[in-house]
Design a protein around this ligand. Structure first.
Ligand code: PMP
Length: 305
C-alpha cells in the first residue's frame, strides 16, 4: 500500500507523516467528517496528470459540509487550486486518488454538530483498480439496508455513514462476492457499497433517482451523459425493483474508485448472457478515453496539473 507523500493540513502543505490528529478528535469518535474522492489519471503520451471533474467533486463536497453544519472558507475553485498545488508538490506520474476531508477537529466529548471547529485536509496517493473483476463482477444483494435520508443523508459523503457501506462490503467479500447491492427500506435498489448502479433493459439505461438514498455520483452523471450523447441510449431515472436485476440485460456499477465496473452475475445467477454486454463495454471504452484526456469533446472535464 502506498502512502501519500504530502498533505494539506492546518493551512499548509506538510510531509504526510506530520499530518496527525489526537485520539480525542470529535470526527474520529463520532464520524463527524465529510469527504470526497477524486481520481487523477496519468496520460503517458502527453506526460500529463489529469484530474477528473474536480469542480463537480468539490461542489458536492461543500454540499456535504453544509449537511454537517461545517464552515469551510473555500469555493470549488479554491479547493481545486489547492489540490493542484498539492499535486505539483507530489509530482506523481501515475494514476492517483485524491481525498479531501473536512472534519470536526475539537478534542472534546459531546455529540453535536454546533460549536465545534472544522478543519480541512487533502492528500493524494497512487491508486489502481478498486474492483478486481471489473469486467465480470459477481455481486450479491446485501441483507443490510441503505441508510435513509432521514437517518444519515446518503447524498452527503459523511464519514460516519460509511459504517453502513463497510458492513455491506465485508459481508459480501467474506461470502465470496466482489461487491454488494443494497436496498432501500422500501425494497428498491439503491446503490452498491461505494458505487452507483445502472441496469440495461431493452436498450434503455435505467438508474435509481437521487431520492432513492444514493450518493449523487459524479461518475453516474458522466456515464449518463456519455450514454445519451455517444451511445444514443434512452435514460430513465426511476425506482428499480430487486427482481429487475435478475432479468436485466446488463448491470453496471459506477464510482470514482470503481470507475465503470460491469457485473455479470448476481447471487449466482447470470446477468443477461453472463458476459459483459455492449453497453457496459461501450461505456468502459468511452470512459477510459475521456478520463485520460484523450477525448477533446469532453476535455473541459480534465484539469491538467
Ligand atoms: N455511492 C457511494 C456510497 C459512494 O461512496 C460513491 C463513491 N464516491 C459513489 C456512490 C460514486 O460516486 P462518484 O461517482 O461521485 O465517485
Amino acid at each position: 500500500m502506498d502512502f501519500p507523500k504530502h498533505a494539506y493540513f492546518q493551512g499548509r502543505i506538510v510531509p504526510y507523516s506530520e499530518a496527525k490528529v489526537g485520539v480525542a478528535t470529535h470526527a474520529l469518535n463520532y464520524g463527524t467528517a465529510v469527504f470526497g474522492g477524486i481520481r487523477g489519471y496519468w496520460n503517458e503520451e502527453k506526460k500529463k496528470l489529469f484530474v477528473f471533474r474536480p469542480m463537480d467533486h468539490y461542489r458536492r463536497f461543500l454540499q456535504s459540509c453544509r449537511l454537517l453544519c461545517m464552515t469551510v472558507e473555500h469555493t470549488p475553485e479554491s479547493l481545486t487550486q489547492l489540490t493542484l498545488e498539492l499535486l505539483r508538490k507530489d509530482n506523481y506520474q501515475q494514476d492517483i486518488y485524491i481525498r479531501p476531508l473536512a472534519y470536526k477537529s475539537d478534542e472534546t466529548i459531546g455529540v453535536r454538530l454546533h460549536d465545534l471547529k472544522d478543519e480541512l485536509t487533502i492528500f493524494a496517493l497512487p491508486f489502481g483498480l478498486y474492483v478486481k473483476n471489473d469486467t465480470c463482477a459477481h455481486v450479491t444483494v446485501s441483507s443490510w439496508r441503505r441508510i435513509d435520508d432521514n437517518m444519515i443523508p446518503a447524498r452527503g459523503k459523511i464519514s460516519g455513514a460509511y459504517a453502513n457501506s463497510a458492513l455491506i462490503k465485508t459481508d459480501a467479500a467474506r461470502a465470496g462476492f466482489d461487491e454488494a447491492l443494497v436496498l432501500t427500506q422500501d425494497g428498491h435498489l439503491s446503490e452498491g457499497s461505494a458505487m452507483n448502479l445502472l441496469i440495461v433493459r431493452d436498450n434503455v439505461l435505467i438508474t435509481p433517482p437521487v431520492t432513492e438514498n444514493i450518493l449523487e455520483g459524479i461518475t453516474r452523471r458522466t456515464v449518463i451523459e456519455l450514454a445519451k450523447n455517444e451511445l444514443k441510449l434512452t435514460i430513465l431515472e426511476r425506482p428499480i425493483d430487486r427482481t429487475e436485476i435478475y432479468i436485466c440485460d446488463e448491470l453496471i456499477l459506477t464510482g470514482t474508485a470503481a470507475q465503470v465496473t460491469v457485473a455479470t452475475r448476481v447471487d449466482h445467477r447470470p446477468i443477461g448472457n453472463g458476459v459483459m454486454g455492449p453497453v457496459g463495454e461501450g461505456l468502459r471504452k468511452l470512459f477510459e478515453d475521456v478520463v485520460r484526456g484523450n477525448n477533446p469533446k469532453y476535455a473541459h472535464w480534465n484539469v491538467a496539473v
